[in-house]
Each structure stands twice: as structure tokens, then as C-alpha cells.
Design a protein around this ligand. Structure first.
Ligand code: GDP
Length: 446
């Protein structure tokens, strides 16, 4: 799912990469691409419109200062809005009622209800240590009842015996009584589906719900059906008091529109996704944030942005900018502060993990970048200087260099190298102060 969407979105982010800042122009272009990508992924049009509007508003208001590029900031905004679209957190099953808690599954024929009933039963038994009873009320398809019986046997979960000659409501009532008698924690009721939305099916589901009073009434829908999934979801939501959605066949090559639209059009959370035909390992709780990161396919760039936003305080960045602007210059105290910031963020190694493409660098280059030791040595050298020396590095002549090397457990060569590097940085910052750009952004200073 989502492969195509991911590819299209990455393209639009790439187009932003060369840009210095988020402006109305480049936001417009990027939004056009995002809009196209969502429509191609089969996301419902009204949902796309609202989404684009929300991203636009945030992007225009967002400052791209500090250590981030406009592309990164834009990705973060799109990510956050995707999360909001799909529901901020994973909504767990709410089974806090007097047992047995009933889970009623509704949906079209072939959507995966029976398979999902078994998957849920297994999940609740193994993960939540619940005692579960399964029952099928699909009297129209004897094969469906057999299917559930077989699945139950495979996973070792009891299936209440029912047969096609009984009325669905009677089956449900009897199964509930049995679950109560056996002090089961959960009763999962599989219902009959139809090929299309039809009134009789809805009425039956509604009557069943009235009888068993489900703690969860879950709508099961096939992700592969795209726009139809959204329309079906609307119809079920209008007819039944749904508490959530299970999106099946998310392992297939569905374009993903259903996952992105269903929450928005029904207001009901996706609680699980089906990710395979196998009952074991075929069900996962749905996590909007993880799904959004997966859709964006941006490594873990989103958490990188969060980390930077959190760790590199805006205030500090501004202080630095002011300093440069007033021409007071960048001294060794500032340099040390930058080193510390980098270290607080987990050093280059932690940043590298989160940058897409870093994994492709040769191994030696990676380990050289990840090595924190040189940074610590630099910091040790600066620590061994007096405040006077840090503010006026030009006074550090030969004897002071020897003292600093000894004090920091380094060598005079290393002290010389640091001072040389620092001098070069200072020159660069002076240029930047006169309107230059580039490294300043990297260091969070403009
Ligand atoms: P029902 O008619 O709604 O009860 O649907 P079934 O449970 O019989 O499922 C219909 C088909 O979809 C079966 O072939 C299942 O194996 C398949 N299926 C169900 N869930 C998934 C899923 O998450 N992934 C995949 N790939 N197939 C699924």
C-alpha cells in the first residue's frame, strides 16, 4: 500500500530541496504536487481539499529558521497533517464493560470479516490473555460458518455452534448466553455481508447490535476497493452506531486512499489493519503516526525535525543571530556551544540515522562521522582556555597553546588545528553577516 503515493510525495519534497525558504510560490508548487499525489492515491476529493488547506495555512505561518531546510519543515507539516487525518493516536479496543464484552463485525461480503474475526480472537487470546468465544450469524452462506469453525480450530479458540436453519438473532442471543455462562471475557460476532450495501443487511446488523449491545461495533473494509470503500463506510456509518474500522488487505497494492479518507468521512478511528491472509501475524494495531512516516518514506526525517526543534532552542538561535548581525563576531564560546548542541542531539551518529541516504555512504565515512571523540577533544581544548582567551582567540600565542594542550590532554598540533579551523569559520560568518547564506542555516543562525 502507498508505494505510489510515497514516490510522488518524495518528488515534490525534492523539488523544494534547493529552495532557501518556504515562500508562497514554492509552497504553491509543492502543494499542487501533494494534491495530485493524494488524488492519484484515491483519497476522496473533499478530504484532499481540506488537507491541502490545512497544510497551506501551516506552511505559510511556519518559520524556517534554525537548523532545518524548507523541505524538511514542509515534510514535517505534511506528516503532522497526515497523522491528524488518520487520527492522532492508536485507538485501542474499548472492552471496559461487564464481561462478556461483545465485538460485532459488519461489512460487505469478501471484505475479510470472517478472517478478521479469527485474527481478533487470536490477538485477544494471546496478547491480552482474554477468554474469547467466536460465533457466525451468517446463515446465508453455510460455507462462512464452516470457515469460522475451521479457523477457530486452527487457532484453538472456541466457536459457538450455529447452523443455517436458525435465525441470526437467535444465534446471537444463544451465543451471548453461552459466553455469560462460561464467563468468557469477549464474544466476537461475525455477521452476514452482501456484495453491495443493501437495506436488509443493515437492518439485520442493527437488530443484532440491539440484541448483543456490542462494546465495539467494527466496520470491516477492504483497502483494495479505493473510493468504494469510502462510500461503503459512509453507508454503514449512517445506518449503524460504529465505534471503529478495521481496514483489511493493507498488504496488497491498494493505493491507500481508503486509509486516508475513512477517518475523515466517518469520524471513526481505524483500530486495526489486516496485513495478510494468514490469521497469525495478519493483524496489526493501526498507528497513524507510523503510517504517516511510512507514507512519506522519508527515513525518520520527521523525528529528526522534532529533535532539532526541541533541542536547538529558538531563543538561543536568535541570540546568536543578533550577535552576528551586530558584528560582534563568533567566538570560541559560541563554537563550544555549537559542539554541545550537537552532542545533546546525540552527536552526528544520531542525526545520521535519521537522514535518508546516509546508509549509502561507505562504511569508513559513516564511522568517521559517527565518531564523537574528535568533538569531545575539541570541547576539551576550549574548556582549557580562559574566558578571555575564548573571547579573544588572537591572544593565544605559543606559550598559551602549550598550556592549553597540556591542560586538555591534547597536543599543540591539535590546538593549532582547532584555532585554524575556528579562524576559517569566523571568516565565513563575517561574510554571512553581510547577507551570505548557507552554513548559518545549518548551524541554526539565520
Ligand atoms: P468475509 O466474506 O467478509 O467473511 O471475508 P473473508 O474473511 O472470507 O475474506 C475474503 C478473502 O480475503 C479471503 O480470501 C481472505 O483470505 C482474504 N483476506 C482477508 N483479510 C486479508 C488481509 O488482511 N490481507 C489479505 N491479503 N487477504 C485478506
Amino acid at each position: 500500500m502507498f508505494d505510489n503515493l510515497t514516490q510522488k510525495l518524495s518528488q515534490s519534497f525534492r523539488n523544494l530541496r534547493g529552495q532557501g525558504r518556504l515562500s508562497e510560490d514554492n509552497i504553491r508548487d509543492a502543494l499542487r504536487d501533494v494534491r495530485m499525489a493524494l488524488l492519484e492515491a484515491d483519497v476522496a476529493l473533499p478530504v484532499v481539499k481540506d488537507f491541502i488547506q490545512a497544510v497551506r495555512e501551516r506552511a505559510l505561518g511556519e518559520e524556517v529558521t534554525r537548523s532545518l531546510t524548507p523541505g524538511q519543515v514542509f515534510i514535517k507539516i505534511v506528516h503532522d497533517e497526515l497523522v491528524a487525518l488518520m487520527g492522532a493516536t492508536n485507538d485501542r479496543l474499548d472492552l471496559q464493560v461487564r464481561p462478556p464484552a461483545v465485538i460485532l463485525l459488519a461489512g460487505l461480503q469478501g471484505s475479510g470479516k470472517t478472517t478478521t474475526a479469527a485474527k481478533l480472537a487470536l490477538w485477544l487470546t494471546e496478547r491480552e490473555k482474554k477468554r474469547v468465544l467466536l460465533v457466525s450469524t451468517d446463515v446465508y452462506r453455510p460455507a462462512a460458518m464452516d470457515q469460522l469453525r475451521n479457523l477457530g480450530r486452527d487457532i484453538g479458540v472456541e466457536v459457538f455452534p450455529s447452523d443455517p436453519s436458525q435465525a441470526p438473532l437467535t444465534i446471537a442471543r444463544d451465543a451471548l448466553a453461552e459466553a455469560q455462562r462460561k464467563v468468557m471475557d469477549v464474544l466476537i460476532v461475525d455477521t452476514a455481508g452482501r456484495l453491495h450495501v443493501d437495506e436488509e443487511m443493515m437492518r439485520e446488523a442493527k437488530d443484532l447490535a440491539a440484541v448483543v449491545q456490542p462494546a465495539e461495533l467494527l466496520f470491516v473494509v477492504d483497502a483494495m476497493t479505493g473510493q468504494d470503500a469510502v462510500n461503503t463506510a459512509k453507508a454503514f456509518d449512517a445506518a449503524l452506531p460504529l465505534t471503529g474500522v478495521i481496514l483489511t488487505k493493507a498488504d496488497g497494492d491498494a493505493r491507500g486512499g481508503a486509509a486516508l479518507s475513512i477517518r475523515a468521512v466517518t469520524g471513526k478511528p481505524i483500530k486495526f489493519i489486516g496485513v495478510g491472509e494468514k490469521v497469525r501475524k495478519g493483524l496489526e494495531p493501526f498507528h497513524p503516526d507510523r503510517m504517516a512516516s511510512r507514507i512519506l518514506g522519508m527515513g525518520d526525517i520527521v523525528s529528526l525535525v522534532e529533535q532539532v526543534q526541541q533541542d536547538v532552542g529558538q531563543e538561543q538561535a536568535q541570540r546568536m543571530t543578533e550577535k552576528l548581525r551586530k558584528g560582534k563576531g563568533f567566538d570560541l564560546e559560541d563554537f563550544r556551544e555549537q559542539l554541545r548542541q550537537l552532542e545533546r542531539m546525540g552527536g552526528m551518529a544520531s542525526l545520521m540515522d535519521k537522514l535518508p541516504g546516509m546508509g549509502e555512504l561507505p562504511a569508513e565515512a559513516q564511522s568517521a562521522l559517527a565518531d564523537q571523540k574528535p568533538m569531545r577533544r575539541l570541547e576539551a581544548i576550549i574548556n582549557s582556555m580562559t574566558p578571555q582567551e575564548r573571547r579573544h582567540p588572537e591572544i593565544i600565542k605559543a606559550s598559551r597553546r602549550r598550556r592549553i594542550a597540556a591542560g586538555s590532554g591534547t597536543t599543540v598540533t591539535e590546538v593549532n588545528r582547532l584555532l585554524k579551523q575556528f579562524e576559517m569559520m569566523q571568516k565565513m560568518f563575517k561574510k554571512m553577516g553581510k547577507g551570505g547564506k548557507g552554513l548559518g542555516r545549518l548551524l541554526g543562525m539565520n
